[in-house]
Design a protein around this ligand. Sequence first.
Ligand code: TXA
Ligand code: MG
Length: 324
Amino acid sequence: MAEIIDTRIEPDRAIVKACAVLSEGDPVAIPTETVYGLAADATNADAISRIYEMKGRPRFNPLICHVSDVRMAEAHVTFDPISRRLAEAFWPGPLTLILPQRPESTVHALASAGLDTLGIRMPEGFSRRVIAHFGRPLAAPSANTSGRISPTSAAHVETDLGSKLKLILDAGPAEIGLESTIIKVEDDRLRLLRPGGLDATDIEALAALPVERPEAAGATIEAPGMLASHYAPGAAVRLNAKDVRKGEALIRFGGNALPGESAAAIVLDLSPSGNLREAAANLFDYMKKADASGAATIAFGPVPNNGLGEAIVDRLERAAAPRI
Ligand code: TXA
Ligand code: MG
């Protein structure tokens, strides 16, 4: 079973132990501001292999490399002017940039699944201190079995991967609760490969350029992880419910009660006051709670599709998509 170290109580021991385990080539679950990551030395092929094995992740799906500062990023990727401005404005934070990998970069090709680009981001919070101490980029997907809901707490990670892991760092609930927004700059155009914890309208405002949305889910697999069915709970999912059927779990938003609620297995509100930031932070935890209620179906009330709601609705649509 994994050892769990609370970074709020023992920060120094957490860093030293994490770096020791990483140096041996073993993955460590680390807290980022978006979701918990399953981190390994991005320059070590065996270590990266273990990530794919532990998650049951297809090897054509590349991993994001996490850095502690811009200098570390510059050793591995080349920035175009627009990407550089985005990094200056939003790092550390929930933004992943897809950039050309430098020929001299020591990040192993297994991390990028053989592409000539790297997904790279500088996370906020304790994970950044771990990377700075380790001194090399960490490849880290979300710390969940492939296709399942991303973990926003150490307990989520422990339930899913605890028996396979040596170490989980616990920094409390993830502040943002949704994976990073993924952007690729091409020919001075901003392409949104995955909506996420950074509101795309904030990116548009900073770059003074429109953000081009991806095709409908599954139409093109530009970020290979964006398979249509993803973020899937065990239960079936019904979106935009106008009422609740007997025995269903209900997840709603904004204090909007639905007819039939009294017969629901459980009723959860992502944000009774209608705050999208709060809703994002609660989403994956509530999906897991609804799943644990034993209900065969989770009904979702309507969620607005603007601002951070775009990423929330994206995750809901993937959760509801036909399972592979
Ligand atoms: O917030 C996050 O991004 C979290 C935390 C741990 O940092 N990580 C995360 O990783 O969500 P993961 O593996 O669950 O999702 C990574 C996504 C996948 O859709 C993958 O295909 C895409 O990033 N990606 C990675 N490298 C890429 C590249 N070179 N080109 C296009 N897409 C890439
Ligand atoms: Mg993931």
